[in-house]
Design a protein. Structure first.
Length: 134
């Protein structure tokens, strides 16, 4: 939706972090293996920028999916070690769950538009609290 794109473009200009949101009616509508399609979409959108986030909402699953660049893994997870380690993975999963909690509450109430806004707002507020302006 345009209102979300405007919010995200403004955020990128101010903070230097790219946030993309994609909405899908069905997980099965994605080409090939849907998980691989979403990983490829993230890599394409990020184009090597480690300050990139991709939030994906799949309506038929009422589920959010979330990818972030390597630099933001350390920021969001409050972790300076190896992001691929067991501890890094656990901390990142906890951070993602916390960020997406407001969006999941709206999804459970069948309020998709409010869920999108809640996901973006929560991510932006978390990034703002943990990063400095360029």
């Amino acid at each position: 939706p345009q209102w979300i794109e405007d919010k995200l473009n403004h955020y990128q200009q101010v903070r230097g972090t790219q946030i993309f949101v994609r909405l899908y009616k069905k997980f099965s509508d994605l080409p090939g293996d849907p998980r691989d399609s979403l990983r490829l979409l993230y890599r394409t959108l990020a184009a090597g920028n480690e300050n990139t986030c991709l939030l994906v909402y799949v309506a038929d699953e009422k589920r959010w999916r979330f990818w972030i660049g390597d630099r933001l893994v350390r920021v969001l997870a409050d972790f300076s070690g190896d992001a691929e380690s067991e501890e890094g993975s656990r901390k990142l999963s906890e951070a993602k769950a916390q960020i997406l909690a407001p969006a999941k509450a709206e999804v459970e109430a069948d309020k998709a538009r409010r869920s999108i806004n809640a996901a973006v707002t929560s991510l932006v507020e978390t990034l703002d609290a943990k990063t400095v302006v360029h």
